[in-house]
Design a protein around this ligand. Structure first.
Ligand SMILES: Nc1ncnc2c1ncn2[C@@H]1O[C@H](COP(=O)(O)OP(=O)(O)OP(=O)(O)O)[C@@H](O)[C@H]1O
Ligand SMILES: [Mg+2]
Length: 354
């Protein structure tokens, strides 16, 4: 009988010692964790903190144990806290706190710092407690802000560059204008005018780039809005005779695609205006730009004019316009499909990287 009792006693002692050891180990793990750990009860009273929590908040643990967790939160956020605690207890599971919101802690000296918090429910004999793992993210925030500032600066600089490129292109265009005034040969005169218009359409792209918020992409609708009136006034004396409609909803091109594409539109629209409606012929020109699947865009320029002369071999033109179009199509990695009449249509499809 006695030996039976002794056995029980020694088993109990063993169990207690194992429990003590495991509790001690848990305490050590929490104590030396790299995150600040704060355990509070359902009433929001702090029951345990680790060494890192003392460091992060600047308190000795004797100053916080037994106090409400709200003392670690800046005044302006305190009133939310009891409600948040209630909702955590309502469905207690591990989760990040305040997802999507910036959280702040307050140190003993009154200074604030941004933090991230993970909440974990801990089941104990005295009920469920909340163990909060807290990370001071001041460093990361500061780095993020520095990167943001640097990025902003780069964007401003890039805008500045586009502005200068545009001004330089405008100067070239003015030089050609001056030169054309001195030329008496009509063919030479027209060539200079064409070059001037090409350069102006490139300048327009840079203008749109520095005026837009996104200096890396060109909103093609804005580009066409700017291009159409200048081309119309260059080629059509009677605006009633030829109408032009543009559809380009929300097509944004990276700069690498925007310049060649802008030049192509310039050529194709100029051609339609110049060649499709000779004499008093009336009609319309349609420019359409749309996104296709798989990061491809399609640009079509069509007109209901006289059509491309049957004698013309499009692949072998001597003229610069269509040569430029085919060269720039290659540069875009695109495919050009031409429909010669009824309606005359140039369809350009090309890929863009997003
Ligand atoms: N939309 C169109 N309607 C009718 N003919 C066209 C059309 N587009 C092009 N063409 C014909 O194709 C020819 C070649 O066009 P291309 O743009 O290469 O030369 P261009 O316009 O005459 O001169 P430039 O080199 O100044 O552009 C034109 O001369 C014209 O005869
Ligand atoms: Mg042409």
């Amino acid at each position: 009988m006695t030996s039976g009792r002794q056995d029980l006693d020694s088993i109990r002692q063993m169990v207690e010692s194992v429990l003590r050891k495991s509790e001690e180990r848990f305490r050590q793990v929490v104590e030396s964790a790299p995150n600040a750990m704060v355990m509070s009860n359902s009433g929001g009273i702090i029951e345990m903190v680790n060494a890192q929590a003392e460091r992060v908040f600047g308190y000795d643990r004797a100053e916080i144990l037994g106090h409400p967790v709200e003392m670690l939160i800046p005044e302006r956020f305190r009133h939310h806290h009891p409600g948040m605690r209630a909702s955590f207890y309502a469905s207690a599971r591990s989760r990040p706190m305040g997802a999507g919101r910036d959280l702040y802690g307050i140190r003993k000296d009154g200074s604030e710092f941004p933090m991230e918090i993970g909440l974990n429910p801990i089941e104990t004999d005295e009920g469920t407690k909340v163990l909060a793992a807290i990370v001071d993210i001041s460093d990361r925030k500061q780095k993020e802000e520095r990167i943001h500032a640097a990025l902003k600066e780069k964007e401003i600089l890039l805008g500045e560059v586009h502005h200068r490129v545009k001004n330089n292109l405008q100067i070239i265009s003015s030089l050609l204008e001056l030169q054309s005034a001195k030329v008496t040969d009509p063919i030479a005169f027209e060539s200079l005018k064409d070059s001037q218009r090409r350069i102006r359409s490139m300048a327009l792209i840079h203008q749109i780039l520095y005026q837009s918020k996104d200096v890396g992409h060109v909103n093609f609708e804005s580009f066409l809005d700017g291009l159409v009136p200048t081309l119309m006034s260059a080629y059509v004396t009677d605006a009633e005779r030829v109408s032009l409609s543009v559809g380009a909803v929300d097509v944004r091109l990276p700069i690498s695609a925007a310049i060649p594409c802008g030049l192509i539109v310039n050529e194709l629209m100029s051609n339609a205006l110049k060649h499709a409606f000779p004499g008093e012929r009336r009609g319309e020109i349609n420019v359409n730009f749309l996104h296709q699947a798989d990061n491809r865009v399609a640009l079509s320029v069509s007109d209901d004019g006289i059509g491309i002369p049957e004698t013309l071999d499009i692949a072998q033109t001597e003229t610069l316009g269509l040569q430029l179009v085919s060269l720039l199509t290659d540069q875009l990695g695109g495919i050009l499909t031409i429909h010669r009449a009824d309606p005359t249509c140039f369809l350009l499809e090309f890929p863009i990287e997003r």
